[in-house]
Design a protein around this ligand. Structure first.
Ligand code: ADP
Length: 465
């Protein structure tokens, strides 16, 4: 397959060369036409000049021509390619160039024929024109002029025309060479960024397909091109590489987070079961219950991960129905009344009738996750749930007076498996999936969640439906 650079060079060079060749040809033809018409005028002018000069040599008194002057005039014009014959009024030859100097006439005739036929490929012939000579209105005779026709070039004219042609051909060759050079430079400038982008894409594909050095995804192309398409191409490749790099990083992070989440309950289970095997612990209901709790935790974690993966990778079908959001919140809060009461936290409801069309069960999951966090991360004070008319639909707030979220954790709390260090060390801490699930469900409904918090004073989560 031919490379882009070669194809562009070839196309440009062919196009410019063809254009130049046509231009040269047109100029050449034009020059010849203009020059020829000038020459024709010149020949006619000279013939008239000869006739006039010879006419002046007629003496009306003696009714004769001045022979010696006619000879001087005639022989002068022989050298220019005009063979002159002068006849008197009776038709008798007064003077004739051929009879005067046959050798010279033949030489001139041959030179002109050869010049016109060899150099200009003109298959002309010798033509004779007769011009009457009159004196005071009476016929005095005639001048017969033989020239090469339809036109001929003198030696100087022929040299001039040849050098113009040579000049045109040379200029054509120089311009064609120049155009090839410019074509190479121009196609190089266009092809280079495309070739580079192709190479980068191939490297990215190789890294992905073969798992070759994944660190090398930090491929970045120069984006400083003045051509919009080239600039966008480089930027797209850079974005692709950056996104793959980020995806790679998140995948690594996720694997290590999942491993970490699984390790804790597994280590606990392993320790407990080994203790029972070694007879350190009895397999009594109390110990078995603690093992069972760990197993439940593992099962919950796996189920949560599954839910989240479904939301992130598939289009989840929402089973939308019309219902009152306040009723949904009431049922969700009911699940946490006991837990809140146990911790001495009050739950305040600031609800109003708020009809929505949404997936009831999934939306309930959103508020269960938010309420579960609020209860989990609040040791004293209260939790307040409110509904307000929002810009598009309803805004629901879940505010607590709990431990709050450190500022540095705020940008990450909606990420999968993200937990603040504080909650990691707390026994209450979950797997860090609840908020990610809540955000995914809200997004599937076309809404979003925001969080505001003051460390140590409490947090407020707002669901914009
Ligand atoms: P988890 O299961 O750990 O609660 P989430 O995804 O629900 O996971 O929350 C992510 C992290 O956000 C939590 O680990 C916690 O650090 C922080 N967080 C969420 N809600 C609250 C809250 N109401 N108060 C304080 N911190 C919170």
């Amino acid at each position: 397959m031919i490379s882009l650079k070669h194809r562009l060079t070839l196309t440009y060079a062919l196009f410019i060369s063809a254009a130049l060749a046509v231009l040269t040809l047109v100029i050449n033809q034009f020059t010849v036409i203009v020059f020829t018409s000038l020459i024709k005028d010149n020949i006619a002018g000279k013939s008239n000049e000869i006739v006039q000069a010879i006419g002046e040599q007629y003496n009306g008194m003696s009714r004769r021509f001045n022979q010696s002057t006619i000879e001087a005039i005639g022989m002068y014009f022989v050298h220019d390619g005009y063979i002159v014959t002068v006849e008197d009024e009776k038709g008798d030859t007064v003077w004739d160039a051929r009879s005067c100097d046959m050798q010279e006439c033949t030489k001139v005739l041959n030179t002109i024929s050869e010049r016109m036929e060899d150099s200009f490929r003109l298959n002309g012939s010798w033509q004779t024109l007769e011009y009457p000579v009159t004196h005071n209105g009476t016929n005095a005779g005639k001048v017969i002029i033989e020239t090469y026709g339809p036109f001929f070039f003198s030696e100087t004219e022929s040299k001039f025309l040849s050098s113009i042609n040579r000049l045109l051909v040379m200029a054509g060759i120089v311009f064609i060479l120049l155009s090839i050079g410019i074509s190479i430079l121009l196609s190089g400038a266009i092809a280079k960024p495309i070739v580079k982008a192709g190479e980068a894409a191939r490297r990215i594909a190789n890294i992905h397909a073969k798992g070759a050095d994944r660190q090398n995804l930090n491929i970045r192309l120069d984006e400083g091109y003045k051509t919009r398409e080239l600039h966008e191409l480089s930027r797209s490749i850079n974005n692709l590489a950056a996104e793959l790099e980020e995806g790679e990083r998140r995948q690594k992070q996720l694997s290590s987070d999942i491993a970490h989440e699984l390790r804790t309950p597994l280590t606990c289970l392993q320790g407990n079961i080994e203790a029972m095997i070694d007879g350190v612990w009895k397999a009594d209901p109390e110990h078995l219950k603690s093992c069972h709790e760990e197993i439940l935790r593992l099962a919950r974690l796996v189920a949560d991960l599954h839910t989240l993966t479904n939301f992130e990778w598939e289009r989840i079908e929402l089973h939308k129905t019309d219902f009152d959001l306040a009723r949904l919140l009431h049922t969700a809060v009911d699940q946490f009344n006991q837990a809140a009461a146990d911790k001495g936290i009050a739950i305040n409801l600031n609800l109003r009738e708020s009809p929505v069309n949404a997936d009831y069960d999934r939306l309930k999951q959103v508020f269960i996750n938010l309420l579960s966090n609020a209860v989990k991360y609040t040791d004293s004070g209260s939790i307040t749930i409110g509904i307000e008319k929002g810009a598009k639909n309803w805004d629901v707030t879940v505010a607590d007076t709990g431990i709050g979220i450190p500022e540095e954790d705020m940008p990450h709390i909606f990420e999968r498996l993200y937990r603040s260090d504080k909650s990691r060390s707390r026994s209450t801490g979950g797997a860090g999936i609840g908020l990610a699930i809540a955000a995914a469900i809200t997004a599937a409904h076309g809404g979003n969640i925001s969080a505001a918090s003051e460390n140590g004073k409490g947090s407020i989560f707002t669901v914009y439906l």
